[in-house]
Design a binder for this molecule. Structure first.
Ligand code: PMV
Length: 362
């Protein structure tokens, strides 16, 4: 497929008005996307667990308007108008207009809310952009007779990617792969796909407890971080490294070897932050408590042999990953030893989920 496949061919009969709602989850990368080319094309492939509890719910109400010269929308976040989100949405609409040519024909009311607390340091752009892309694409679906659901999912992921790269991994569940990678069937830079190869059952119910080390705004945005990979002294070898880790994970996904899983996933998290620390200008998003948690996990794992590990996204919070069969023990460990490192003792219990869902409106 090419991006041209997402441009509607014919003049469709779009609905005059309507209302649609979607819930889209967040995701956590195991092999990280860090560095991009033009048009949100990733510099290396990535793979993620789709989450379940951390999600954005978006309702889109739309009606055709007379003046079609500009985009027109009102935005409500958790019930209140949110002017400072509008420029990001406007940029998104401009980027996807080529693929949804009707956007200027409507007035939109976008009402959105997150299941996770506002400014918890959890990236809401992945779930937020995925939910909005799904709602906007639904208008095309309304106008199309028998639209193929596989095409719909691919196009939703393709559009979400143009809002925030990692958002393309928030449409489907439970392991999603994005970015061309030799040997992985149907892998593409254009959108996320269900991981195509064998997946051991242990990964289908993995837990992710997110420890909220720092709930405030990040000091460096991921947009800035991605751009710092241009001209980065270790960029070329990092991109090769991501391919190597993805290839190694393929065997692990199939055979359920948790020791190997831990080695790859923790190395990916630390490599991501090593890239930040060796950028020009350099920066650090981890905090002292991020390291305290990592060290406590390593000690606990050594002492108990329980296969629990961590990963990080572009921030200070720690995602604690473990199989369902150890959830009792690991939760007890988190409560007694790790919660002390969380801001106000806050953490979120999540696990692998099945992807975005349309919400039936009454
Ligand atoms: O989707 P973005 O542009 O916010 O980038 C996300 C980057 C990481 O979360 C650090 C890694 C990833 O693959 O999700």
């Amino acid at each position: 497929m090419t991006e041209k496949d997402f441009i509607p061919q014919e003049n469709l009969n779009y609905p005059k008005k309507g209302k649609v709602a979607y819930k889209a989850p967040s995701n956590i990368a195991l092999v990280k996307y860090w560095g991009k080319k033009e048009n949100q094309i990733p510099a290396n492939p990535s793979v993620s667990f789709t989450l379940d509890a951390c999600a954005t719910r978006t309702t889109l109400t739309y009606h055709q308007k007379e003046d079609k010269s500009d985009f027109c929308f009102d935005l409500f976040f958790e019930g209140k108008p949110k002017e400072d989100f509008k420029p990001k949405i406007e940029t998104f609409l401009k980027r996807i207009e080529r693929y949804l040519p009707y956007l200027r024909e409507y007035h939109f009311t976008i009402e959105t809310s997150n299941s996770f607390p506002h400014s918890s340091g959890i990236a809401s752009s992945a779930s937020g952009m995925a939910a909005l892309a799904l709602c906007l694409l639904e208008i095309e679906k309304e106008a199309t007779v028998n639209q193929d659901s596989d095409f719909f999912d691919k196009k939703a992921s393709f559009l979400a990617r143009l809002g925030s790269g990692s958002a393309c991994r928030s449409i489907k569940g439970n392991l999603v792969q994005w970015g061309e990678h030799e040997g992985l069937e149907n892998s593409t830079d254009l959108f996320g796909v269900n991981y195509p190869n064998k997946v051991n059952d242990v990964f289908k119910s993995f837990h992710d407890t997110i420890l909220l080390v720092h709930k405030g705004q990040k000091t460096v945005s991921s947009t800035v971080g991605h751009n710092l990979m241009n001209g980065h002294p270790y960029a070329a070898s990092r991109f090769v490294h991501a391919h190597t880790n993805l290839a190694a994970l393929e065997a692990v996904f199939a055979n359920g070897d948790l020791n190997q899983f831990i080695n790859i996933v923790e190395s990916e998290a630390l490599t991501l932050h090593a890239m930040m620390m060796s950028s020009t200008p350099y920066f650090i998003l981890m905090m002292p408590n991020t390291l305290n948690i990592i060290n406590a996990i390593w000690t606990y794992r050594k002492n108990t042999q329980i296969p629990v590990c961590f990963t990080l996204d572009a921030g200070a919070n720690v995602h604690v990953l473990y199989p369902e069969s150890y959830s009792k023990e690991v939760m007890a460990f988190i409560k007694t030893e790790l919660v002390q490192y969380c801001e106000n003792g806050h953490y979120i219990c999540d696990k692998v989920g099945n992807g975005a869902k349309k919400i039936e409106l009454k």
